[in-house]
Design a protein around this ligand. Structure first.
Ligand code: NAP
Length: 327
C-alpha cells in the first residue's frame, strides 16, 4: 500500500528557521513561492538575467534577485526551471556560489534520477512533485484545499530530509489532500511514461486519428471535433471522480456495449507491446539521453511539428468552433 501523509501528521517546524530560495518563476516556481510564503515561510526568488518572469515576481511582492544571490544565501533551494536546463543552471549559477550544506528540492525526479546534476554529498535531496500544474496548486491552496503531491528522498545529508520533505509539501498545501511517498526513480518513470503513453502522447494521437477517420469518410468536421475532442472532458471528469467502472455506470447502454466491443480492438496486444517498448526506453535511460543530447535542436524539431499540427484541419476546425460555440 502506498504510504500517504496528511496535515495532521506533518509539521512545518523543519523549515521554519530556513530561508527557501525558489529558482525560476514559471509554472511551478510562482505557485510554490506564493504558497510557501502564504504558509509563513521565508522565501526568496531567484531569476536569470533578462528574465521574462522576474517582473511578475516583483509584482507579487518578491525582491528582484539573481540566481547566484539566492544560491549563496538560502538554506533550501527549490530548483524549478525546465528539466533540460537544470544542469546548466546548477553548474553555472548555483554550484559556484554555494557556501555550505544545502537542501535541494525538485518538483520532478528527472534531473536526479538521470544524473544530469551532481549535488554535494552532504546535501539533502528531496522531491515534492505536485500532481498538476502550478495554477491548480495555487488555486486549490487559495480555496483552502490542496493538490496531492509525490514525495521522496534521494539523499539524506542531515538525517531530517524526509521531515523537510513533508514540511515543504505541507507548506504547498499538498498534505491537505495527501503526500504520497515514492522514490525519484518511480516518480520519474511513471510521470514520463504516462505523459507519453496516455496524457500528452497517446490520447491526442487517438483523437487525431479518430477525427481524420470520420472526416475522410465524409462526416462534418465540426461534429467530429466535438465528439472526438470536446467530449473527452466529460469522460475525463467522470474518470477523475469515479474511476473507469464508475464512468461506465454513468454512460448509456449503447456506449457501454460499443466500448466493450471496440475498446479492446484498439488497445490490443500490439498496443501493449508498444507500451512495454516505451516503458523500457524510459527505464533504460534512452529517452533521457535523446532528449538531453541537443535540447535546442530537439526543441526546434518539436516546435516545427507543433506548428505544422496547428495548420491541420483539426486545429483549424477547433479554432473556428471555439469562436462560434460558447462551450
Ligand atoms: N509544469 C507543470 O505542470 C509541472 C508539474 C509538476 C512538476 N513540474 C516540474 O517543475 C519543474 C519546473 O517546471 P515548470 O513547468 O515550472 O518550468 P517553466 O514554467 O518552463 O519554468 C520557467 C522558469 O524557469 C526559468 N528558466 C528557464 N530556462 C532557464 C535557464 N536556462 N536559466 C535560468 N532560468 C531559466 C524561466 O525564466 P524566464 O523568467 O526567463 O522565463 C522561468 O522563470 C520541472 O522540474 C518540471 O518537471 C512541472
Amino acid at each position: 500500500m502506498a504510504k500517504i501523509y496528511y496535515d495532521a501528521e506533518t509539521t512545518l517546524s523543519d523549515l521554519e528557521s530556513s530561508v527557501i530560495g525558489v529558482i525560476g518563476y514559471g509554472n511551478q516556481g510562482r505557485a510554490q513561492a506564493l504558497n510557501l510564503r502564504d504558509s509563513g515561510l521565508s522565501v526568496r526568488v531567484g531569476t536569470r538575467d533578462n528574465s521574462r518572469s522576474a517582473a511578475i515576481a516583483v509584482r507579487d511582492g518578491f525582491s528582484k534577485k539573481s540566481i547566484e544571490e539566492v544560491a549563496a544565501n538560502c538554506d533550501v533551494l527549490a530548483i524549478l526551471v525546465p528539466d533540460e536546463s537544470i544542469k546548466e543552471v546548477y553548474e553555472n549559477e548555483i554550484q559556484p556560489y554555494l557556501t555550505s550544506h544545502r537542501t535541494f528540492v525538485f518538483a520532478h525526479g528527472f534531473a536526479i534520477h538521470h544524473k544530469t546534476v551532481h549535488l554535494p554529498s552532504d546535501a539533502d535531496i528531496i522531491l515534492v512533485a505536485p500532481t498538476g500544474p502550478g495554477h491548480q496548486l495555487r488555486n486549490l491552496y487559495l480555496e483552502g484545499k490542496g493538490l496531492p503531491a509525490l514525495v521522496a528522498v534521494e539523499q539524506d545529508g542531515t538525517g531530517r530530509a524526509f521531515e523537510k520533505c513533508l514540511a515543504y509539501a505541507k507548506a504547498l498545501g499538498c498534505t491537505k489532500s495527501g503526500a504520497i511517498e515514492t522514490t525519484f526513480k518511480e516518480e520519474t518513470v511513471i510521470d514520463l511514461f504516462c505523459e507519453q503513453a496516455v496524457l500528452c502522447g497517446g490520447l491526442p494521437e487517438l483523437i487525431k486519428a479518430s477525427f481524420d477517420t470520420l472526416v475522410e469518410s465524409g462526416y462534418q468536421p465540426e461534429l467530429a471535433y466535438i465528439s472526438c475532442l470536446k467530449e473527452v472532458k466529460l469522460i475525463a471528469d467522470l474518470l477523475f471522480e469515479r474511476g473507469i467502472d464508475g464512468m461506465r455506470l454513468a454512460i448509456s447502454n449503447t456506449a457501454k456495449f460499443g466500448s466493450a466491443l471496440s475498446g479492446p480492438e484498439i488497445v490490443d496486444e500490439r498496443t501493449k507491446h508498444h507500451l512495454r517498448r516505451i516503458l523500457s526506453r524510459i527505464e533504460q535511460g534512452d529517452f533521457a539521453r535523446t532528449f538531453l543530447k541537443d535540447p535546442k535542436t530537439l526543441s526546434g524539431t518539436v516546435s516545427e511539428l507543433f506548428v505544422s499540427e496547428s495548420h491541420s484541419k483539426l486545429a483549424r476546425v477547433g479554432r473556428s468552433l471555439q469562436r462560434q460555440l460558447k462551450f
